[in-house]
Design a protein around this ligand. Structure first.
Ligand SMILES: [Zn+2]
Length: 547
């Protein structure tokens, strides 16, 4: 009797295990195909069969519910079922995870209940789970949508206190709600926060900014008189591009779409934009980290030899990635290593500055070029005048040109986007800024070289000392001249645009590249001889943490 009982129990257990295995498998299939209805019917069946559901199963179900919210037909039932699943989870003492809270907060927000979404996040400490940016988003976006600005600010406050970094979409909705409820102080604050976290703003953010300045209230904000020297000092202290002292001026704003010309002046109001560069200390730190990574990956002694050589030859103003230039557009039948392209780049750089650049190229490449007698003379000339550095066998020349360009604070001629994971080690925001300021791209159209110099101004929201704003809009731009900027001024400024232009000349802190820009136009002049990414006489360090 007893034996037969045990057999029955074990059969039953086996059957349950099979059912659980089947349930897991089927749920996985539904999850992959985003099939909420299928997953829900599996769930109902599992409940009727008394299967044990763990937090993974329930999270999968919740995720599928939260993922169906955009579909109007299934939205209401997804919310209802999702809440039911969550309640069962809590009732069965299954602790939620961050994924659970995020999914349920999304359901709550879709139900128009920002308060509940926020309560959920605040309850996470109880389960010793740490929220992420995405966990806060539902509450934040729900409050902003319902114009509950104070509650939205409270969410931001908690995020900041927990060390969560808000990004452009979060700041954009905070900016929007502040604009819509007429909190001009907060609009100003969030405009600066957007400025700090991104370079070009998305189209959506651009529209939010535009709509604020078109509002009646915006024309009322600001002071008619201010301490000009105080503003100038603040701008200097900040490294240029913003003062942060509040709205300046009075009257209606004019928002127009504009471009920035070669000299860095706005084509609409004439104001000159400024450069906000990485400071010297940051650059030194960058050079050190490139060197330390390079010595870990390269033969140490070879790289040290190069570092010493560079210390004794530090007069260069431009470094050329030899392989990248000579292999440009050479992927046709007779294509190979084009020394004539390299020659054109070297000559162009020399014509601009009167100084030879440094071409860095792998030994193997140089030897193969030497095989052709007509190349011999050029290569030997370059070697004699210090225009060529050959990296040794087994080296990766990328480390050499990058290190040289950073260390000597030079221009770097390459079309390499440097998207290699190695470069991400330097921090993408920082590296992008460095690249924007130092990298020179090039094209050869019908064998005619065109060097595309870095812009003479920073690609970032700029606030001027007269209170106007310029906002770059995101978008792939091969030519920065074509980028759309919002030009936001007050008519009084328009009238004085030439005055603004004059006075902003004195404010420009550091525009080492503007000369190149004029030479890009072919207008060589004496001034343009100073081709330099080098900052010999640098003004006070731009503040850190800027895009
Ligand atoms: Zn303008």
């Amino acid at each position: 009797m007893e034996n037969s009982n045990q057999t029955n129990q074990s059969k039953k257990r086996k059957k349950t295990l099979n059912l659980e295995g089947q349930f897991m498998y089927d749920l996985g299939t539904c999850s992959k195909s985003n099939d909420l209805a299928g997953a829900l019917s599996l769930y109902e069946k599992a409940i009727s069969q008394n299967l044990r559901l763990n937090h993974n199963h329930l999270n999968t179900l919740l995720y599928l519910c939260s993922n169906s919210l955009h579909d109007l037909a299934s939205k209401d039932s997804a919310i209802e079922k999702g809440f039911g699943i969550y309640e069962r989870m809590i009732a069965n003492n299954i602790n939620p995870t961050e994924a659970t809270i995020t999914a349920v907060a999304r359901l709550a927000a879709a139900n128009g209940d920002g308060d509940f979404a926020f309560e959920l996040v605040k309850s996470m400490g109880k389960y010793k789970i740490v929220p992420r940016l995405r966990t806060f988003d539902p509450a934040l976006f729900a409050f902003c949508e319902k114009l509950e600005a104070e509650k939205a600010y409270e969410v931001e406050e908690l995020m900041v206190s927990m060390g969560i970094h808000l990004e452009e979409p979060e700041f954009a909705v905070l900016l929007k709600v502040s604009s819509e409820v007429g909190r001009e102080d907060k609009v100003y604050l969030y405009l600066h926060k957007v400025r700090n976290c991104t370079r070009c703003v998305s189209l959506v953010t651009g529209e939010i900014i535009e709509s604020w300045f078109n509002k009646g209230l915006a024309s009322e904000v600001g002071v008619s008189e201010w301490d000009e020297n105080g503003i100038k000092d603040a701008m200097l202290k900040n490294g240029g591009g913003w003062h942060g002292q509040g709205w300046l001026g009075k009257g209606k704003w004019v928002v127009s779409k504009s471009n920035i010309n070669l000299e860095g002046c706005c084509c609409s109001c004439g104001e000159r934009l400024v450069c906000v560069d990485i400071d010297r200390a940051e650059t030194e730190k960058f050079a050190e980290s490139v060197a330390s990574l390079a010595t870990k990956r390269e033969a140490k002694s070879d790289f040290r030899v190069f570092q010493e050589w560079l210390d004794n030859h530090s007069g260069y103003e431009a470094i050329v990635d030899g392989a990248n230039v000579s292999l440009y557009q050479q992927n046709f039948a007779d294509g190979g290593f084009s020394i004539s392209q390299l020659e054109a780049v070297v000559k162009d750089l020399y014509d601009r500055s009167g100084k030879w650049p440094l071409v860095i190229m792998h030994n193997k490449r140089v030897s193969s070029l030497m095989d052709n007698p007509s190349n011999l003379k050029i290569l030997e000339d370059w070697k004699n005048q210090g225009t060529l550095y050959t990296t040794p066998n087994g080296s990766n020349d990328d480390w050499y040109w990058l290190y040289a360009a950073v260390k000597l604070k030079c221009l770097l001629v390459t079309n390499d986007e440097m998207r290699d994971h190695i470069f991400e080690l330097f921090g993408s925001n920082f590296f992008l800024k460095w690249k924007e300021r130092h990298r020179v791209r090039f094209t050869f159209l019908k064998n005619n070289l065109r060097l595309l110099m870095p812009p003479s101004y920073s690609l970032v929201i700029q606030e001027s000392e007269k209170g106007s704003w310029h906002v770059p809009i995101d978008g792939e731009c091969n030519d920065e001249l074509l980028r759309t900027w919002l030009c936001i001024t007050r008519p009084r400024l328009h009238d004085y645009s030439s005055e603004v232009l004059k006075s902003s000349h004195s404010l420009v802190l550091d525009r080492p590249f503007s000369n190149h820009m004029s030479t890009m136009n072919g207008s060589h002049n004496n001034e343009s001889k100073a081709l330099s990414g080098k900052r010999k006489s640098r003004s006070p360090s731009p503040s850190k943490g800027h895009p």
